[in-house]
Design a protein. Structure first.
Ligand SMILES: [Zn+2]
Length: 105
């Protein structure tokens, strides 16, 4: 009974971190299970963040947004559609939600 799944609710696969060269994104992203997310959020559900280095906004899927809202430190890094690679999040990170607070905090 795992508390995590991929964004579509399917089981986490060993190769989910493989990067799709066409998009620069991972094959799959791990999220907290729907059951776990249903327990309640400690932050607002925010879907868009801005990378301070390039100024580009990235909008993520609902399951990832809810995972951040349930457990803000769940992810150690995130994706920028402007720069493509994944960068760290948190107090020292370069990502800010559209309401002005830091991603991962
Ligand atoms: Zn960027």
């Amino acid at each position: 009974m795992s508390k995590t799944t991929l964004t579509d609710g399917s089981p986490v696969t060993p190769d989910h971190r493989e990067i799709n060269p066409a998009t620069g994104q991972q094959k799959g992203y791990v999220v907290l299970s729907a059951e776990e997310r249903a327990k309640g959020f400690v932050r607002p559900v925010r879907r868009t963040y801005v990378h301070s280095k390039c100024g580009v906004a990235t909008t993520m899927g609902q399951a990832i947004a809810e995972t951040y809202a349930r457990q803000p430190d769940f992810y150690s890094g995130t994706f920028c559609v402007g720069c493509r690679p994944h960068f760290p999040v948190g107090e020292d990170g370069e990502f800010v939600w559209d309401d002005g607070s830091k991603v991962g905090t």
